[in-house]
Design a protein around this ligand. Structure first.
Ligand code: ADP
Ligand code: ASP
Ligand code: MG
Length: 409
């Protein structure tokens, strides 16, 4: 008998009919002889709806109250799912994050899990219940409700699996696994049977929202066997695994892309020590995270400095940089939020050269100009004009041999 943590995302619990279907799947897992803890998201669209409600009252809602509000989405689903289980004669009990005591820090809307008290859950399991836990939420040490960031139910599931030492954590969603790229954008995307934690971490952090990045971090750290599967069809899904020695790795495992970045350029900055610190220090002081950074070589004592931030922070960052630039005597500040980032990810890159040049040639052949580049051991990212993002992803998907053969899934 195994202990399995299953997580069902928003689409999978999007209607009462679907919640009933999830109840049936859980009962089937139990009948196969397993103990199950299930984590659910809010019904699809609900979290967005709640955020809109808040914004209708206050465009910048107090962070504490926003978390109180958005955490209610998951509370609805746990109760409905527990009812659907009980109706079928399956004993079940629902828990909010605070009731379990999923202890987090106090960083509202992006809290990190610090500790999970698994006692009540273990007791319920030993008494034959299915335990239904609200994803995406926790409680800080003062008792305030916190949430874990968009997509955070994945992290709740993995953290519970780690705390309970579950045999597997299964993420049920609306696609049947992790694909070479988003299958909703590239119809030739191919499902992967397996992918390493390291690659999945890069894909998640570079824009593939199939798993929340913190869930992958947690699974890697605590070695939780993690699988992504479809709620709606049978199949093996994708297993997230450790990298194995002497396994032939493909050059590229996947392509991530991201429209949520904006670029800020400071032109004509006097080139002297401390430029990066002066510009980025002011941005960091405002709690804005910076992603890519490029500083040009200087000509005649002047240089240009470019960096990217999340589009949500763009207006604020631009305002701050305009002020700093004036103080520094820079010539001009330019901003562009119509950019996109394409990233190739693969552990195979470690042992093969030539990925970058092939990427750049492929984009050039499509007439796509590269605005910024950044690399690490297992990824290469390029910033391009947003309108060419999907074209670029498709071209690279084909060029790196990732396209699915006709007639296969
Ligand atoms: P859930 O509500 O179940 O958490 P999400 O919408 O958060 O589901 O994540 C699933 C979605 O992730 C898919 O519908 C798909 O469009 C998107 N996605 C992005 N990149 C990938 C990828 N590489 N493989 C699979 N799905 C991806
Ligand atoms: N309901 C939350 C969201 O929409 C958490 C999740 O679904 O994982 O982001
Ligand atoms: Mg999700």
């Amino acid at each position: 008998m195994a202990l399995i943590v299953q997580k069902y995302g928003g689409t999978s619990v999007g209607t009462t009919e679907r919640i009933e279907k999830v109840a049936e799947k859980l009962i089937a897992t139990r009948e196969a002889g397993h103990d199950v803890v299930v984590v659910v998201s809010a019904m699809s669209g609900e979290t967005n709806r709640l955020i809109e409600l808040a914004k209708a009252i206050n465009p910048r809602p107090p962070a504490r109250e926003l978390d109180v509000l958005v955490s209610t989405g998951e509370q609805v689903t746990i109760a409905l799912l527990a009812m659907a289980l009980e109706k079928r004669g399956c004993p079940a009990r629902s828990y909010t994050g605070a009731q379990v005591r999923i202890l987090t820090d106090s960083a509202y809307s992006k809290a990190r899990i610090q500790d999970i008290d698994a006692k009540a859950i273990r007791k319920d399991l030993s008494e034959g219940r299915v335990v239904v836990v609200a994803g995406f939420q926790g409680v800080d040490e003062t008792g305030a409700i916190t949430t874990l960031g968009r997509g955070g139910s994945d992290t709740t599931a993995v953290a519970l699996a780690a705390a309970l030492k579950a045999d597997e954590c299964q993420i049920y969603t609306d696609v049947d696994g992790v694909y070479t790229t988003d299958p909703r954008v590239v119809d030739k995307a191919r499902r992967l049977d397996r992918i390493t934690f390291e690659e999945m971490l890069e894909l998640a952090s570079l824009g593939s929202k199939v798993l929340q990045i913190r869930a992958v971090e947690f699974a890697g750290k605590y070695q939780v066997p993690l699988r992504v599967l479809s709620t709606f069809e049978e199949g093996p899904g994708t297993l997230i695994t450790l990298e194995e020695d002497n396994m032939e790795e493909p050059l590229i495992s996947g392509i991530a892309f991201n429209r949520d970045e904006a670029k800020i350029t400071v032109l004509g900055v006097p080139d002297k020590p401390g430029i990066a610190w002066t510009i980025l220090g002011a941005v960091a002081d405002a709690n804005i995270e910076v992603d890519m950074i490029v500083q040009n070589i200087s000509t005649e004592g002047l240089t240009d400095f470019t960096f990217t931030v999340h589009t949500n922070d763009y207006d604020r960052a631009l305002e701050i940089v305009q002020k700093t630039a004036t103080e520094m005597g820079a010539r001009e500040v330019l901003g562009n939020s119509k950019i996109g980032k394409i990233s190739l990810v693969g552990v195979g890159m470690r042992s093969h050269a030539g990925v970058a040049s092939k990427m750049f040639r492929t984009l050039a052949d499509e007439g796509i100009n590269i605005q910024m580049i950044s690399t690490s051991e297992i990824k290469i990212s390029a910033v391009v004009e947003e309108k060419y993002l999907e074209l670029g992803v498709r071209a690279l998907h084909t060029a790196f041999g990732l396209d699915r053969e006709e007639g296969t899934a």
